[in-house]
Write a protein that binds this ligand. Structure first.
Ligand SMILES: NC(=O)c1ccc[n+]([C@@H]2O[C@H](COP(=O)([O-])OP(=O)(O)OC[C@H]3O[C@@H](n4cnc5c(N)ncnc54)[C@H](O)[C@@H]3O)[C@@H](O)[C@H]2O)c1
Length: 346
């Protein structure tokens, strides 16, 4: 075979090339080079005087804004199944947690060991909430209820502070309190615009800043998730909700800006708070069921608008909330996770 190659080369280039010997000598040069490299490498790492100059050294923690946010190797590698998702002992606040999506996401945190405080303006939570609280024991987490309107900024700040003081920590927030108002733009009153924005946008801002103050105080590095909506990116076909949709766009932009301010860990140990948004498509919740009563044919229209031909259940967002609030998303901040059955993708 080698003679055949030599003949072919000779025919093409008009002279004899010692193919075998060229390959063989190239190989032996390579092997010799490798041997020299490995023996010098061995010397490098076996000589303590050389090693400290060449081996990689982790950056000084205060100069590395990511330290403390990443999952520890001991915790996450082979020690325990999916330890990155473990929230045992951590304390969270979920606004709009009396029912619907907020309650379901609160359950995700409880099921992984979190101590979760649901805030809502309702005097009493739904029957579903009570059922969820009964189940909480089973998972090692706890579920608590506080009647707290996010428009009452002073009361909100006090309630957040008292929770953080009780546990001497606060690890994160899901801001899900929100309202919808269907109304043609020209008929929207100033008061109605102000009310929707005050709950959906200012309420998120004030809850986040109250929580951040406590997280700074207790030097807790953690995560926040604002519930925005795909409606922050597209107008909903069949639904005149100009203020709701723009309030959700504002929340996405708010998350980016707070992430920029709060994500790095400062020299005094404060910071290290990641901030992201979750933007769901249409979900079957009390809010949406009310929309269906108000607008005939809306359900069918919405079902046809996404690639899956159906609306979502609240449980389909639990994994995403757990991901965003846990170490599993430790390198994610200032982002917007859209889960909409493909609605905004075509
Ligand atoms: N359902 C959907 O299709 C959908 C889609 C995308 C985003 N979202 C968002 O998800 C979040 C939850 O919505 P949902 O569908 O579960 O609605 P929902 O009406 O069932 O739940 C909203 C909760 O927020 C509470 N709330 C309202 N105003 C409040 C205030 N001022 N202070 C405290 N609590 C207040 C309500 O009492 C209620 O318990 C909202 O932010 C909503 O905009 C919903």
């Amino acid at each position: 075979m080698s003679q055949l190659i030599a003949k072919t080369v000779a025919r093409r280039y008009g002279h004899n090339i010692p193919v075998i010997s060229t390959v063989a000598s190239a190989n032996s040069t390579l092997i010799a080079k490798r041997r020299r490299f490995h023996s010098s490498e061995y010397k490098l790492y076996s000589d303590p005087n050389v090693r400290h100059k060449t081996a990689p050294v982790p950056p000084e923690p205060n100069k590395n804004p990511a330290v403390g946010l990443g999952p520890s190797r001991d915790e996450s590698i082979g020690q325990k199944r999916l330890a990155d998702f473990d929230l045992a002992g951590r304390v969270f606040i979920v606004t709009g947690g009396a029912r619907g999506l907020g309650l379901c996401l609160a359950e995700a945190l409880v099921e992984t060991g979190g101590k979760v405080y649901c805030f809502d303006r309702e005097a009493h939570p739904d029957e579903d909430w009570k059922e969820a609280a009964r189940r909480a024991d089973k998972w090692g987490g706890t579920l608590h209820y506080c009647q707290q309107d996010v428009q009452d900024y002073k009361g909100l700040d006090k309630t957040v502070e008292s929770i953080a003081n009780t546990h001497r920590r606060l690890d994160g927030l899901i801001a899900a309190a929100g309202v919808q108002q269907i109304c043609p733009a020209v008929d929207y009153s100033h008061d109605d615009v102000a009310r929707v924005m005050d709950i959906n946008y200012t309420g998120v801002m004030m809850t986040a800043t109250s929580a951040a103050r406590q997280m700074f105080k207790w030097k807790c590095h953690g995560s926040m998730c604002f519930i925005a909506s795909m409606s922050g990116q597209v107008a909903n076909k069949g639904l005149t909700s100009p203020v709701y949709n723009s309030s959700k766009a504002a929340v996405v932009q708010l998350a980016r800006n707070l992430a920029m301010e709060w994500s790095p860990i400062r020299k005094d140990g404060t910071g290290g708070i990641r901030v992201n948004c979750l933007s769901p498509g249409h979900i079957l919740t009390p809010m949406v069921l009310k929309n269906f009563e108000e607008v005939p044919g809306l359900r069918e229209k919405w079902e046809a608008e996404n690639m899956m031909g159906r609306l979502a259940e609240t449980t389909e967002f639990k994994g995403a909330a757990l991901f965003l609030l846990s170490n599993a998303s430790s390198f994610m901040t200032g982002n917007n996770l859209v889960i909409d059955g493909g609605h905004t993708s075509w």
